[in-house]
Design a protein around this ligand. Structure first.
Ligand code: GP9
Ligand code: MN
Length: 596
C-alpha cells in the first residue's frame, strides 16, 4: 500500500517530488490501518487488511484519474458539488492509463499468499491488545506530528484546505481524505442545528432597521456604465506614494490615484480564507467564516451577490484569474455567486510565468482582449497573482533597486509590487486607448497584507516608526481602494474609515442595485462607519479596539483608553454583526429571506 501511495505522490508532484519527504508520512498512516487490524483474530484480521487494501487502492485509482483532468484531489465538497460543475467534457475512459491497473495486481495475487499466512499461529487477546495499542500509538503519534508540523508551516491550510493538492503531496492522499472527512463532519454539525424562526426574522429585520444604505450622493451615477474591478494580490497601502532612493514604488497607481476617488483608510478584513475572503466580501458584503474558508464551506448557499444584482440590470459578469480554477474553490464559488463565466488558468495561454504562475503582464493583456469583446454593459472581476508571497521571483520582477533592503522579504515585496504596478499601468493605458475608461467605473484594491507580523521590525524601520506597537501594526493593515469614474469625476482623497465589507454597498449605491443583505456601508455616504474585523477587533476612525489585547486605543494619541458607552455599543454591534453573518452563512438564510 505504501508503494501505491508513493506512486500517487510522484504523479501529482513531478517537479519537486521526494520519496524521502513523503515516505515517513505514508508509513505513519499505513501503520494506523495495521494497528486497527491487529486487534482482530487471524482470519478476521486478514480479511480486514484485504478489504482495506481494496478500498485504499480504489481510492488511489480514483484520485489518479481525477487528477488527470482537474489537477486536484477528490474531496467531499467536490462530490457534493459535482452537479454544479456540469458534465465533464472528456469521458473517464480517455483518462484511464493501462498502468493504473497495475495498482490492482496485488489484490488479485494476494489471496494465494493470504492462504499461506493462515498457517501462522493465533495470538492471545493480551498480545493483540498490546500490539494494537503500540502500533496505533506510533502511527497516530507520527501522523499527528506531521499534521501539526504542516499546520505550523502553513497556518490555516488544514482547516481551510485552500490548497488540497499541496496537502495530498505533503501528507499523502490517505491523510488528506481523513482531514477532509473531519472538516466535513465539523461543517455538517455546525450547519445541522436549525435556527429558530424568531432569530431568522430578527436578522432579516436588522437589515431593514439598520438601513445604512439609504440613498445619498452619487446614487445611480454608475447606471449603464461597465464595472471593472481589479483585486490586486498583496497590494498593501504603505507602498502608495512612497519613494525609495527618490524613485516611486508604484508610479502608475500614484498617477491613477490623482484622477480617482482614493480611500486611504481602507482596511482588508480577511480571515482564514485570505484572498477568497476578499472576493467574498467584495461580492457579498458578508463576513468571512469564523473558522475555515467560506468559499469551501458555503459554496452551495444562495447569494445576493454583486453579479446577481447587476444581472437584474442587464449586465453580464465574468471573473478572471490566471491560476488553477480549483484554488480557493473558485470554479464552484464563482458560479454560486452568479458569474456567467470564470476564466481560470486553463482559459489563458500560459506564455509568461512570474511567481506562482501566469504573469500579471500576460494575464492583464489577455484579459483586456476578453473584456473588450464582452457585451456591454458588463462587469469584469480580475484577480492578479504575480505579487504573491514570498515574492522571491526577483529575477522576473525587473530591476527596481531596493538598496539596503536587497535580499530581504520587504525588498523583494517592493520589487514585486513595482512590477505589478507597471503591468496595471499598461493595462489602464490600453483600456484608456480602447475608449472603455469613459464608459466604465474602474475599481482597484489590494486583497490583504504583504508583510507578515514576524517582519514587523523591518517594516517599521522602512516607515521610520520607532518602537512600533500593536496599534501601529493594526493601522498598517490597510490596502488602497481606488475608484475611477469617467472623466476623472469625484477625484480626491477620501479619509473615511472603511474596509472590504463596504465596497459592495458603495457599488450598490452607484449602480442603484436592489441588494438588501449587506453588512457594510456605502462609503461615499456614511459618516460613522464601523470597520469590523473577524477576530472581534473594530475601529470607528477615532478608537481602535484590539480584541487580542482586549484594549481600546485613541487613534490620534496612541494612548490606551477606558471603556465608555459609545465604545461598548460598538463592541456589541461588532459581535452582533459577526454572529448574524455566521448565521446567514451556516443556515443559508438569504435563500429563506428571498422565499418569504
Ligand atoms: C491564488 C491566489 C492566492 O489563486 O489567489 O491566494 P492567497 O494565497 O493570497 O490567499
Ligand atoms: Mn492573496
Amino acid at each position: 500500500m505504501s508503494i501505491k501511495m508513493l506512486v500517487y505522490g510522484s504523479q501529482i508532484q513531478i517537479q519537486y517530488f521526494s520519496y524521502k519527504r513523503l515516505y515517513p508520512k505514508i508509513l505513519a498512516s499505513i501503520l494506523v490501518i495495521c494497528g486497527f487490524g491487529l486487534i482482530f483474530k487471524k482470519r478476521k484480521r486478514i480479511t480486514f487488511l484485504y478489504i482495506s487494501s481494496i478500498v485504499l487502492t480504489s481510492l488511489i485509482f480514483a484520485d489518479l484519474i481525477y487528477f488527470q483532468y482537474f489537477r486536484d484531489i477528490i474531496s467531499i465538497s467536490i462530490l457534493e458539488n459535482g452537479l454544479l460543475l456540469g458534465p465533464v467534457k472528456s469521458s473517464v475512459a480517455s483518462l484511464l492509463k493501462w498502468q493504473y491497473f497495475l495498482l490492482f495486481i496485488d489484490i488479485v495475487l494476494l489471496p494465494g499468499i493470504i492462504f499461506k499466512l493462515m498457517i501462522e499461529k493465533e495470538n492471545t487477546l493480551k498480545v493483540r491488545i498490546i500490539s494494537t495499542v503500540v502500533v496505533l500509538a506510533i502511527g497516530l503519534g507520527y501522523s499527528a506530528k506531521y499534521v501539526y508540523k504542516l499546520s505550523v508551516e502553513q497556518p490555516n491550510l488544514i482547516t481551510t484546505m485552500y490548497n488540497r493538492i499541496y496537502i495530498a503531496e505533503t501528507l499523502g492522499n490517505l491523510d488528506f481524505h481523513v482531514l477532509d472527512v473531519y472538516n466535513f463532519a465539523y461543517r455538517t454539525i455546525k450547519k445541522g442545528t436549525p435556527l429558530p424562526i424568531g432569530k431568522q426574522n430578527e436578522i432579516k429585520h436588522y437589515f431593514g432597521d439598520n438601513n445604512k444604505n439609504s440613498e445619498g450622493i452619487l446614487n445611480g451615477d454608475g447606471n449603464g456604465k461597465n464595472l471593472i474591478v481589479i483585486q490586486v494580490e498583496a497590494l498593501q497601502q504603505f507602498v502608495i506614494n512612497k519613494t525609495l532612493n527618490g524613485k516611486e514604488i508604484t508610479p502608475n497607481l500614484n498617477a491613477w490615484i490623482k484622477k480617482s476617488a482614493y480611500f486611504d483608510n481602507y482596511f482588508y478584513q480577511v480571515s482564514a480564507g485570505n484572498t477568497s475572503d476578499a472576493e467574498l466580501m467584495t461580492n457579498n458584503s458578508l463576513y468571512p467564516a469564523s473558522q475555515g474558508a467560506a468559499a469551501y464551506m458555503y459554496c452551495k448557499n444562495d447569494f445576493d451577490s454583486l453579479p446577481k444584482m447587476l444581472e437584474k440590470k442587464g449586465y453580464t459578469s465574468i471573473a478572471l484569474h490566471g491560476f488553477r480554477g480549483d484554488f480557493w474553490n473558485r470554479n464552484i464559488m464563482n458560479k454560486a455567486e452568479g458569474y456567467d463565466k470564470f476564466y481560470s488558468e486553463s482559459s489563458f495561454k500560459v506564455d509568461d510565468v512570474v511567481g506562482l504562475g501566469l504573469s500579471d503582464k500576460s494575464f492583464l493583456n489577455q484579459s483586456l482582449n476578453i473584456i473588450r469583446n464582452q457585451k456591454q454593459p458588463f462587469f469584469s472581476f480580475l484577480v492578479t497573482l504575480s505579487s504573491h508571497y514570498p515574492f522571491d521571483d526577483v529575477k522576473n520582477y525587473g530591476n527596481f533597486n531596493t538598496s539596503e533592503y536587497e535580499g530581504t522579504l520587504l525588498g523583494n515585496y517592493i520589487k514585486s509590487i513595482h512590477y505589478t504596478d507597471e503591468q496595471i499601468g499598461m493595462f489602464l493605458k490600453k483600456l484608456d486607448d480602447s475608449g472603455l475608461t469613459k464608459d466604465s467605473i474602474i475599481v482597484i484594491y489590494g486583497d490583504h497584507y504583504a508583510i507578515p507580523k514576524n517582519q514587523d521590525k523591518s517594516l517599521y524601520k522602512f516607515l521610520n516608526i520607532d518602537k512600533g506597537n500593536d496599534l501601529n501594526w493594526m493601522e498598517l493593515q490597510k490596502v488602497p481602494l481606488i475608484i475611477h469614474f469617467p472623466d476623472n469625476k469625484n477625484s480626491g482623497i477620501y479619509h473615511a474609515y472603511s474596509g472590504e465589507m463596504d465596497l459592495y454597498p458603495t457599488l450598490s449605491n452607484l449602480y442603484n442595485l436592489s441588494s438588501k443583505y449587506m453588512f457594510g456601508s456605502d462609503i461615499f455616504n456614511t459618516k460613522d462607519n464601523l470597520v469590523v474585523f473577524r477576530n472581534g477587533s473594530f475601529t470607528d476612525g477615532k478608537v481602535f479596539y484590539l480584541s487580542q489585547l482586549d484594549k481600546y486605543y485613541d487613534i490620534k494619541t496612541g494612548e490606551a483608553i477606558s471603556e465608555n458607552s459609545k465604545i461598548l455599543n460598538e463592541k456589541s454591534l461588532t459581535q452582533k454583526e459577526l454572529e448574524y453573518s455566521d448565521d446567514i452563512l451556516n443556515h443559508n438564510l438569504i435563500k429563506k429571506f428571498n422565499k418569504k
